[in-house]
Design a protein around this ligand. Structure first.
Ligand SMILES: Cc1ncc(COP(=O)(O)O)c(C=O)c1O
Length: 374
């Protein structure tokens, strides 16, 4: 399709829906699914993604901040929503008023939530976050039972379950992941023995959803795979995932440079021979990393055109020597498919020594999004 803007970041919601159903099929029927839509749905756009997941049948949504949770409510989304980062005590009143579930790991937040829920005549739903080895948020394993015991006195809190996060579930070697899971399961047993019902505990990200059915517990929390990207780029997942995000741009200028010509800031590339150069209106202000300089490539007429010189703030130069007939106005694909050729988020991530998550967040935050398959 010919695009009418210089830069076109497209989000294919039909692909998102496809991925949701493929992932759902990897789980037992009773396992619920939380679509992780934090960070503006990994750059794909919070509300359109949340609406599509809700329509596809998602049971829960997971966001980062209270603000994201409130945006969902203001948009009329009534699904249960979990604030994965928890809240500040001063946010308790608004979280309870909006019926948002909270990841809980601080006693002061528990108090604030219980107080707010009491005043509003409600029970605030909390998921007690346990650090089983991620070394990030959460109550340490030995503190879980005392933490729960303190919550028992707060009758305006409803403890939904224990939750935890896996550090290396994407690795083929699952030794550490099994250790985390073992710790999690022992804590669940101990809490149940202490009388807790824990109707909804969860620990599985995309990687565990795919490779560790024993970790599905009551609910899985995929993010990355919903957006069509495999957690382990070196191992294809067992389901066909469709990329949701793609990026294209129109060629602004084409010219032929003689041998010995320098390209872009810093003169980091000098043409060894005659070079047909295409200039693209995309740069690091579009989230297109400067680390792609002299490393990455784009697709033009279904062929690879390597990036020459440094990526600038809003321009990038690519060599189209040997690709016949490239002219100003042609479409270049920077992420996605062009005829038989594909540039995946994992490949772009490799050029910048990062992960596809960061590519999505960077591109999605910096560009206007065009939605298809709504
Ligand atoms: C707490 C939590 N759960 C689930 C996820 C989803 O992980 P993934 O995108 O690898 O599926 C994330 C994402 O980082 C997370 O922070």
């Amino acid at each position: 399709m010919m695009i009418t803007t210089m830069v076109d970041l497209a989000i294919d919601l039909a692909a998102l829906e496809h991925n949701y159903h493929r992932l759902h099929r990897l789980c037992a029927p009773q396992v619920k699914m939380m679509g992780v839509v934090k960070a503006d749905a990994y750059g794909h756009g919070l509300l359109p993604v949340a609406r599509k997941l809700a329509a596809a049948g998602a049971d829960y949504l997971g966001v980062g901040s209270l603000e994201e949770g409130l945006l969902l409510r203001q948009a009329g989304i009534t699904l249960p929503v979990l604030l994965l980062l928890g809240i500040l005590p001063e946010e308790a009143e608004r979280a309870v008023a909006a019926d948002l579930d909270v990841a809980l790991f601080r006693p002061d937040v528990a108090q604030a939530l219980a107080a707010a829920a009491g005043l509003q005549g409600k029970r605030a739903r909390v998921h007690v976050k346990v650090d089983t080895g991620m070394g990030r948020l959460g109550v340490l394993p030995q503190e879980v039972l005392p933490f729960l015991a303190a919550l028992k006195k707060m009758r305006h809190l409803q403890v939904m379950g224990l939750i935890s996060h896996l550090a290396v579930a994407d690795l083929e070697d699952k030794t550490y992941t099994h250790k985390q899971l073992g710790e999690f399961n022992s804590l669940l047993d101990a809490a149940r023995e202490a009388g807790w019902k824990l109707p909804l505990s969860h620990i599985s990200n995309s990687a565990a959803l795919w490779e560790l059915p024993e970790a599905h517990v009551g609910l899985v929390r995929p993010g990355l795979m919903l957006y069509g990207s495999p957690p382990s780029p070196d191992r294809p997942p067992p389901v066909d995932l469709q990329p949701v995000m793609s990026l294209a741009a129109r060629v602004l200028q084409v010219k032929r440079l003689p041998p010995g010509s320098s390209i872009s800031y810093g003169c980091t590339y000098t043409t060894p021979d005659w070079c047909d150069l295409a200039v693209l209106p995309v740069g690091y202000c579009n989230g297109y990393s400067r680390l792609f300089s002299n490393r990455g490539a784009v697709l033009i007429h279904g062929r690879r055109a390597p990036i020459r010189g440094r990526v600038c703030m809003n321009l990038t130069m690519v060599e189209v020597t040997g690709i016949p007939g490239v002219k100003a106005g042609d479409r270049a694909v920077l992420l996605g498919r062009d005829r038989e050729a594909v540039l995946s988020a994992e490949e772009l991530a490799g050029w910048a020594q990062t992960i596809s998550y960061e590519i999505f967040c960077a591109l999605g935050t910096a560009n206007l999004k065009r939605y298809t398959g709504v």
